[in-house]
Write a protein that binds this ligand. Structure first.
Ligand code: URA
Length: 270
């Protein structure tokens, strides 16, 4: 027969009450297992097991299953190691100025995007911007996300502001939206608008070589200036040309989610 607990020891509240109490503290948060999964700790199932095993703490307290968190502000740790960054992985957002080349090392001695960010740990550009193109470029040592962001058919959206020669007609904008025949095939449907005459906002998710320039050439409006303003969910209007910053935990998560969403859509369509 099980021994009765001593009278002076407060019985622990049932697990469901503990969960409810934690949820009350953070009604707007996200489920801990979802946050863990999106930062690379494994599937949600694996992350639930980590929590159930008592290996995860939130602000120093052992978390229970069902716990909600605010990933930007709560300190989440697995086995005492902070979560958010898989050990050793760094993610930079650079505002690339015109004239800087997107290679790890330039044989002609020109400044490269890698010269503009910290040298250690060594990072690589995520995709490529032409030397003349300006704007947002991610650099990381996370090869997995690089591969998924730049996937030729289900990479994340990239948005550009394009100054072109001349004013674009509604029919030409429609061609950009519906697909333009290039020498390597028809482009996928894109978003295109003209917020002011000769300025196009173009959103594509393919990553073909010089794609925006070639699309604009194809409709008879050569590019005068090309600026990338968004990569997936990542944007920053206040980052000055030549400056860089690290992605926040929230940005890294939303990027991971955008990549997963894009792959799901692609799988559903094919
Ligand atoms: N499309 C281009 O034509 N150039 C770039 O640098 C990026 C997209």
């Amino acid at each position: 027969m099980a021994a009765n607990p001593p009278d002076d020891v407060e019985p622990e509240p049932p697990l469901w009450e503990q969960i409810a109490a934690q949820n009350r503290q953070l009604p707007g948060g996200e489920r801990l297992q979802k946050v863990l999964a999106s930062t690379g700790w494994g599937s949600r199932r694996v992350c639930e097991d980590l929590i159930a095993e008592g290996r995860v703490t939130v602000n120093g307290e052992v978390a229970v299953l069902g716990r909600r968190v605010d990933a930007e502000h709560d300190l989440i740790e697995v086995d005492g190691a902070p979560v958010g960054v898989r050990p050793g992985l760094v993610y930079y957002l650079l505002n690339k100025p015109a004239g800087v080349v997107t290679t790890a090392k330039d044989t002609h001695g020109r400044t490269t995007v890698v010269d503009l960010v910290p040298g250690e740990p060594r990072v690589f550009p995520v995709g490529r911007l032409d030397a003349d193109t300006e704007g947002l470029l991610l650099l990381t040592n996370d090869g997995d996300i690089t591969h998924r962001i730049t996937h030729p058919s289900h990479g994340v959206e990239k948005e550009y502001l394009v100054h072109v020669k001349g004013r674009v007609t509604p029919g030409e904008l429609r061609r950009l939206r519906e697909g333009v025949e290039l020498d390597d095939g028809l482009t996928a449907p894109a978003d295109a608008s003209q917020p002011s005459p000769g300025i196009i906002r173009l959103t594509i998710h393919e990553g073909r070589n010089r794609q925006v320039r070639r699309m604009c050439d194809a409709i008879g409006h050569p590019v005068l200036r090309l600026v990338r303003t968004r990569v997936g969910p990542i944007t920053d209007r206040s980052l000055r040309p030549g400056d860089w910053r690290e992605l926040s935990t929230g940005e890294r998560r939303s990027l991971t989610e955008a990549v997963a969403e894009q792959a799901r859509r692609y799988d559903a369509d094919s």
